[in-house]
Write a protein that binds this ligand. Structure first.
Ligand SMILES: *[C@@H]1O[C@H](CO)[C@@H](O)[C@H](O)[C@H]1NC(C)=O
Ligand SMILES: *[C@@H]1O[C@H](CO)[C@@H](O)[C@H](O)[C@H]1NC(C)=O
Ligand SMILES: *[C@@H]1O[C@H](CO)[C@@H](O)[C@H](O)[C@H]1NC(C)=O
Ligand SMILES: *[C@@H]1O[C@H](CO)[C@@H](O)[C@H](O)[C@H]1NC(C)=O
Ligand SMILES: *[C@@H]1O[C@H](CO)[C@@H](O)[C@H](O)[C@H]1NC(C)=O
Ligand SMILES: *[C@@H]1O[C@H](CO)[C@@H](O)[C@H](O)[C@H]1NC(C)=O
Ligand SMILES: *[C@@H]1O[C@H](CO)[C@@H](O)[C@H](O)[C@H]1NC(C)=O
Ligand SMILES: *[C@@H]1O[C@H](CO)[C@@H](O)[C@H](O)[C@H]1NC(C)=O
Ligand SMILES: *[C@@H]1O[C@H](CO)[C@@H](O)[C@H](O)[C@H]1NC(C)=O
Length: 794
């Protein structure tokens, strides 16, 4: 309690200082970060303590929406564990070896509650404190838990209230360790207890939450600051101080035995028991040495670690400065928190990869690239290009040692592929933005491998249906594919994604002077082969939506199949890999109809020209067909730019923000997906939206008066400044623009804006203007450049 009050006082003082000092207000943006945004209603964010890209991620685990460990959904705490993913769908991820502090009635160990469901306890609602590098709450039984993290170790401080048995004897704090994870996927595990030194070590084999195979993980927990009375093991709901070692496995009938270890203590005067937990994917000894190296003095290191974490986050956020111009604290909080979440995952596991030896960096939790390629990796490219370059190197090193680029990867395992081979887009984006330190020849080899070679298991690597892709130039409905195995569905969404992936191969190939780039350039047109120009779309009550021309599935023999264009949208039914597999993945034909990122000009022409395209896009967003809770929708918010109506992109962004993205605990419309949603929000509020894999950012007015982004490598500062900024967002229409003082009419800008530190000044008004609407002001499309090339040749 005193600790909290002191903190509260400090927060008040700092807030008052901020009001008085505008410089301070812009200097420390960390206080806007609220890790609880998206902690309920399916956001699944990790709300606990972590360093940027940190492996150790301690938080309270609950028995409700616990995909990321904790949730503010009112469910109960089952323990405190040390590793998590953030924002993911799939099964709850990691959460191994949770600690659970308690008192055993009458000091009888068997009276303690060991089983997960029995020990679950609610927390005092307003006791939850979450900020970068720190998480704390008070359990309803009065035990307070605080945690912070270094890169590969978690540090916990449990404060036990003074408590006595009926006979007046002091109760002895007990802390249990459970050989489990969040979704009880443990296959087998071992634990050993050393009550003399106060150390518990262990390991276990677990299943990845959205992938294949299994993985082993290790921990090393040191209990300090209190005299150990006793230590032992528990099995089911019985415990004993002998033996000191235990091995549990799954019987042949898959029976799950709950088991673990515990340590009990004399309650120290201040009630505090500190636990340092090192984690590793190599060995328990490495878990111990990680902990010892990073947290040398656990009893006294808590505040030091916390401030190291805060400084690390401040440093990561430091390239961006906002002049709010009266934008609300909620807007600022949503913005900074979104940025914060882009750096929770992928996790830097360099030095913790048991699968191969390499000097290259190793990142894990690309969960999944299908989500993250669209906005998150482009965001890291401006905020932390060094880290983004290391992530690309890690993807390439994974290709080198496992034979394939991942599309999704978690806990050292291959994750399920949802659409195309979208690491291709991440690499292409890095190439067109000149990231350094990447072996581009290796990158090209990896991408050509995706494009040319079908793996046996294309459910978790590469692409399926490549024979048809090369011969027929589309992925057929019910393909005859005997080369590899994957869910034989999603022919439409795979066709449009493969086409864009091949566009990436052509861009890199051309950049490297490869003759065969033209092969991939022509394959990037394959999306056209599934366009059925007379296809109509009716609503469920039979009303015609009034639009003609949609993608449709096509059989091997060239005959059209049929999928209702509204199927797999909110107006019809949900479609995933396992539930209701369809020709479009997790979204409708309506939504995938807009996915031609490299050739929007051709798409718009095919859909009847700009006006018709704009009404179709409006209908999509206003009818409930658009699924704002999932990543394929991102680019559609901004595609008005390609039809010469950038003002409508701004309107559309404001229609979703803050209505569906905001600073509440439920402030995300869907899974954050490792920060994918966070990056959508951040780009939108910055007023620049990337078309990933291309040197293009689409311009709308930032949600603030001005924003500065200093490139961490060139040190040049790029600025977007709104003139006539209005924090009530009536003036969201660009009337005119100046780039470095010169009139600028294009509705997009390239990455040079960031690397060279340009200044873009946008003059706003409350009506759509003709700024950025002329043909020559539109972002580039493949067909434009083909036309231009032909003109040059003629
Ligand atoms: C705590 O919050 C949960 C979820 O919001 C609610 O169900 C519960 O009633 C609250 N408890 C108290 C004591 O306010
Ligand atoms: C949470 O734990 C409390 C006891 O702390 C119990 O009364 C309640 O039923 C539990 N809630 C759920 C959802 O299990
Ligand atoms: C633990 O489980 C894994 C996966 O089921 C298995 O491969 C491994 O051999 C087991 N280890 C032991 C020691 O039983
Ligand atoms: C796990 O721990 C047990 C007990 O400490 C040990 O015997 C075993 O070798 C460890 N397993 C692995 C894979 O390191
Ligand atoms: C990348 O480097 C090339 C060659 O130096 C340069 O022409 C181009 O403008 C750079 N692109 C970006 C986005 O900085
Ligand atoms: C069909 O549904 C749409 C959308 O809900 C509605 O606008 C329209 O009026 C309905 N038409 C009929 C004939 O019920
Ligand atoms: C093409 O194949 C589909 C599915 O097998 C079949 O329904 C259709 O009749 C075939 N079309 C022709 C022209 O043979
Ligand atoms: C915040 O966003 C959530 C999720 O999209 C939404 O349900 C909620 O209504 C929004 N809240 C506000 C105040 O707009
Ligand atoms: C950018 O600034 C850093 C830190 O001051 C310095 O080390 C680096 O050399 C600078 N880079 C350039 C390109 O000026």
């Amino acid at each position: 309690m005193p600790y909290m009050q002191a903190n509260l006082l400090l927060t008040c003082i700092v807030s008052i200082l901020r009001l008085l000092d505008p410089v301070l207000a812009t200097r420390d943006d960390l206080h806007y970060v609220n890790p609880l945004i998206g902690s309920t209603s399916g956001g699944n964010v990790f709300a606990g303590a972590s360093l940027p890209y940190g492996l150790a991620k301690p938080v309270a685990d609950v028995d409700g929406q616990n995909t990321g460990g904790f949730s503010t959904d009112g469910s109960n705490v089952t323990g405190f564990s040390h590793m998590h993913d953030s924002g993911t769908g799939g099964n709850p991820s990691m959460g191994q070896f949770p600690l659970f502090p308690q008192y055993c009635p009458d000091n009888v160990v068997d009276n303690c509650k060991f089983l997960k469901s029995a020990r679950a306890v609610h927390y005092v609602n307003d006791s939850v404190t979450a900020r970068p590098g720190y998480f704390a709450l008070e359990l309803e039984n009065g035990i307070r838990a605080e945690m912070t993290a270094s890169r590969r170790a978690a540090l916990y401080r449990f404060t036990f209230p003074e408590s006595k048995t009926l006979d007046g004897e002091a109760l002895n704090p007990l802390i249990g360790v459970d050989l489990t994870d969040l979704w009880d996927s443990r296959q087998n595990a071992s634990i050993s207890i050393d009550s003399d030194s106060g150390r518990i070590k262990g390991n276990g084999t677990f299943l990845p939450s959205f992938g294949a195979g299994s993985y082993q993980t290790y921990f090393c927990a040191d209990f300090v600051g209190a005299t150990v009375r006793d230590g032992g093991i528990w099995v089911n709901n019985r415990a004993g101080s002998e033996p000191k070692e235990l091995f549990v496995t799954r019987g042949f009938n898959n029976f799950y035995l709950q088991a673990g270890g515990y340590m009990s203590f004399d309650r120290p005067d201040d009630g505090v028991v500190t636990v340092r937990v090192g984690v590793s994917f190599i060995s328990s000894d490495q878990a111990c040495s990680n902990a010892e190296a990073e947290i040398s003095n656990p009893v006294n290191d808590f505040e030091r670690l916390q401030s190291i974490a805060e400084d690390a986050w401040k440093e990561k956020l430091s390239p961006i400065k906002v002049t709010s111009g009266g934008a609300s604290d909620d807007i600022l909080s949503a913005f900074w928190s979104g940025i914060y979440r882009t750096m929770l995952s992928p996790q830097d596991m360099t030095g913790e990869n048991p699968l191969w030896e390499s000097d290259e960096p190793y990142f894990d939790s690309f969960y999944c690239l299908w989500d993250a390629f669209r906005a998150q990796h482009p965001f890291l490219t401006i905020l932390d290009p060094k880290a983004q370059s290391r992530m690309v190197r890690s993807l390439l090193d994974t290709f080198k040692h496992e034979g394939w680029l991942p599309d999704c990867r978690m806990s050292l395992c291959k994750g399920w592929t949802q659409g195309g081979s979208n690491a291709d887009v991440v690499i292409t984006d890095a190439f067109v933005k000149n990231l350094t330190g990447i072996d581009w020849e290796l990158a090209y080899k990896a991408m050509v491998n995706d494009a040319e070679n079908e793996p046996l298991e294309w459910s978790y690597e590469g692409r399926g249906g490549l024979q048809s892709w090369k011969r027929l130039h589309y992925i057929p409905y019910l393909d005859f594919d005997y080369l590899g195995f994957g869910t034989n569905s999603r022919s439409i969404s795979r066709t449009v994604e493969y086409a864009y992936n091949d566009h990436g191969v052509s861009v890199l190939g051309k950049g490297l002077g490869k003759q065969e780039y033209t092969t991939y350039l022509s394959r990037s047109n394959n999306w056209k082969n599934l366009f059925k120009s007379d296809q109509k779309s009716l609503l469920e009550n039979g009303t015609d939506t009034g639009f003609t021309g949609f993608f449709q599935p096509k059989y091997l023999n060239g005959t059209w199949g049929f999928q209702d264009p509204i199927a797999c949208s909110a107006l019809a039914s949900w479609c995933s890999l396992t539930s209701n597999p369809s020709e479009t993945f997790e979204s409708s034909i309506w939504e995938y109809q807009f996915y031609v990122p490299h050739d929007m000009a051709s798409l718009i022409e095919l859909l009847g020209g700009s006006d018709s395209f704009v009404s179709r896009l409006d209908y999509f967003h206003e009818s409930g067909l658009a699924d704002i809770s999932n990543e394929p929708v991102f680019l559609t918010v901004y595609e008005y730019h390609y039809a010469g109506r950038p003002a409508l992109s701004a309107e559309r962004a404001h229609s979703y923000i803050p209505r569906t993205f905001n600073a509440s605990d439920n402030g995300l419309p869907g899974n954050d997906d490792s920060g994918a949603m966070g990056s959508f929000l951040a780009w939108s509020m910055m007023g620049l939206f990337p078309n990933p894999g291309q040197n293009v950012y689409l311009i709308i007015p930032p949600f603030f008066e001005a924003i500065d982004v200093t490139h961490p490598e060139t040190n040049q500062t790029a600025t977007v400044r709104n003139v006539n900024f209005d924090p009530t967002y009536k003036n969201i229409y660009i009337q005119s623009a100046k780039l470095n003082g010169q009139a600028y009419t294009k509705n997009w800008i390239g990455h040079e804006f960031f690397t060279q530190g340009m200044t873009l000044e946008l003059t706003l008004g409350d009506q759509e203007s003709d700024w950025g609407t002329s043909k020559e002001d539109l972002p580039p499309s493949l067909s434009d450049s083909l036309v231009q090339n032909e003109m040059q040749r003629a």
